[in-house]
Design a binder for this molecule. Structure first.
Ligand code: HEM
Length: 216
């Protein structure tokens, strides 16, 4: 009689433990914004973000964490040329941030093989350091490939302010491209379309505006 009771007892304990043991950490969901502070979100390839590694003092310092690109220029003391964490900028160094390493092989986005507690620590740093301290300016192409853009809450307001600007400047091309990149459902369908719209906007933006943007 005691043996079946023990078996039953152990089965109950086992059933209670399974969900706890198998409860895998779910990384924080990242929502892509098609527009950030009134500007179309910028999409970076590994080659493009490399320009912002601090080797040109006139350029801002950009760093990718979990595919989100932050302007970390305010942390120049950490990330500027010759500074302790300079190796982390000009790239998506998600893995390095997750495991606190500055080894060259860890300066990559890949974290697939990391245990849950490292992924949790990564998310904590992502939120508590990067999201809190530094402005987001865009996304790495690999993140955009897997996700879709969402319209920002102030989407309508931003579109309206662009219309006014265009009325004043009679610069219909920029407005048309902004609208296309924001409104076209097709834009959400593929990275190629998103990149084309983004490239066109930059191509058609007066050089002075681009220069100001670079200075920021
Ligand atoms: C013995 C080793 C280390 C020590 C003593 C150390 C110490 C520090 C200190 C004191 C801060 C500043 C915290 C603050 O003022 O908010 C900091 C920030 C930071 N450390 Fe380290 N660190 C070490 C190793 C590393 C390694 C290996 C990495 C590799 C990823 C790393 C990445 C960072 C990052 C990303 C920040 C945040 C910078 C920011 O706020 O933008 N640290 N560390």
């Amino acid at each position: 009689m005691a043996a079946p009771m023990m078996t039953q007892f152990l089965s109950v304990i086992f059933c209670l433990l399974i969900p706890v043991l198998c409860d895998k950490y779910k990384p924080i969901e990242i929502e892509l914004q098609s527009e950030i502070n009134g500007e179309p979100a910028r999409i970076f390839t590994a080659d493009e973000i490399r320009k912002y590694d601090g080797s040109d003092p006139k350029k801002p310092l950009y760093m990718g964490v979990r595919g989100v690109v932050f302007d970390v220029s305010d942390g120049k003391g950490f990330y500027g040329k010759g500074s302790e964490y300079n190796a982390l900028v000009g790239k998506d160094a998600t893995r390095a941030v997750a495991i606190w390493s500055l080894e060259p092989q860890d300066l990559v986005p890949d974290v697939n093989d990391l245990p849950d507690f490292k992924l949790k620590m990564l998310d904590e740093t992502f939120q508590e350091t990067y999201m809190k301290k530094y402005p987001v300016i865009g996304y790495m192409d690999y993140l955009v490939e897997h996700k879709q853009f969402v319209k920002t809450a102030n989407y309508k307001e931003n579109t309206r302010s662009l219309e006014n600007k265009d009325d004043r400047n009679s610069d219909k091309t920029e407005h048309k491209l902004h609208k296309e990149s924001l409104q076209s459902d097709k834009q959400n369908d593929s990275l190629d379309t998103v990149r084309k719209a983004s490239d066109e906007v930059f191509k058609n933006t007066p050089q002075t505006v681009l220069a100001e943007h670079e200075e920021l």
